[in-house]
Write a protein that binds this ligand. Structure first.
Ligand SMILES: CC(C)(COP(=O)(O)OP(=O)(O)OC[C@H]1O[C@@H](n2cnc3c(N)ncnc32)[C@H](O)[C@@H]1OP(=O)(O)O)[C@@H](O)C(=O)NCCC(=O)NCCS
Length: 254
């Protein structure tokens, strides 16, 4: 596939597909890392975008959205899922009505076109006003985003649960603001690897550690974890001033 970031700039669900007039777009290319394209989704409240997003969902997705008790969670889900549909339709040269997004054993979604598994890897994350989609032609891929403004009162308790001993020691020694930034970096990197593997919450993330070079500021590294020692992961920080975020993808075999 060619540079998806460029193609994403012009992608739209065709009006005949969505059944709507002029298409709206609340997502944009964010980063291109080797063969992986990352797209940012604006999840701020926006009535017209939300109405259009809802129109793009299939009946199962609309049912899921209706069942969500919290309006914010519902908005995030609809805006993300509709953006994902558009991005996948563009990448797979499909129409929206032929595309299904199905969940595997532990909930990881994959794409199906006209009943056949589609040749694409992707993952989605949302937090506050920010969503990210990562996609590539092949290989496992995971992405995680955490908005920085969400209050975090329970860092120490969470750290004991998700960090290894060297990571915990480094966090304990960090000054207050650095502590939050370091924790969110470690959390999103671990969550991205866990989401790339797709095993869900059963995957203990405290029994692997993010390489020291990244804890000291490097933007990317390689990682092997005991749960799946045969896989070499490439991990990248994707954060901005507004959110912490990370990407993990399987290094292609040479
Ligand atoms: C299910 C899980 C992946 C959701 O993560 P989250 O941080 O609550 O939410 P995110 O916004 O990052 O991701 C949600 C999206 O991930 C995708 N997803 C769901 N299950 C998934 C799985 N098993 N693997 C990968 N992706 C999954 C879905 O697309 C979902 O969005 P959607 O419901 O709108 O389609 C997560 O709870 C989980 O299993 N984490 C694993 C490990 C862990 O212990 N983490 C602790 C912190 S380091």
């Amino acid at each position: 596939m060619t540079n998806r970031a460029q193609r994403a700039q012009s992608q739209r669900l065709s009006s005949t597909t969505a059944g709507y007039g002029e298409a709206r777009q609340w997502w944009r290319p964010f980063k291109q890392l080797n063969d992986v394209t990352v797209i940012h989704i604006d999840l701020s409240p926006n009535g017209p975008n939300e109405r259009e997003a809802q129109a793009w969902l299939d009946s199962d997705e609309r049912r899921r959205a209706r069942q969500m008790r919290h309006r914010d969670a519902q908005r995030r889900y609809m805006l993300c899922r509709a953006a994902l549909r558009s991005v996948l339709c563009d990448a797979l040269d499909s129409t929206n009505d032929r595309l299904s997004i199905v969940a595997g054993d532990h909930g990881k979604p994959s794409a199906v076109v006209k009943g056949c598994p589609a040749p694409i890897s992707f993952n989605v994350s949302h937090s506050g006003r920010h969503g990210l989609i990562a996609l590539a032609d092949y290989g496992r891929i995971g992405v995680d985003v955490e908005e920085r403004t969400i209050p975090r009162r329970d860092i120490d308790a969470l750290a004991c649960r998700v960090l290894g001993s060297a990571e915990q020691a480094e966090l304990a020694a960090a000054a207050e603001q650095r502590k939050l930034d370091l924790f969110l970096d470690l959390w999103t990197l671990k969550e991205a690897v866990s989401k790339a593997y797709g095993a869900g919450l059963s995957w203990g993330v405290s029994n692997f550690e993010i390489p020291q070079s990244m804890r000291a500021g490097a933007q990317c590294s390689r990682l092997q974890v005991p749960q799946a020692p045969e896989i070499i992961w490439r991990i990248h920080k994707l954060g901005t001033d507004d959110f912490a975020a990370a990407l993990a993808y399987e290094e292609p075999e040479r």
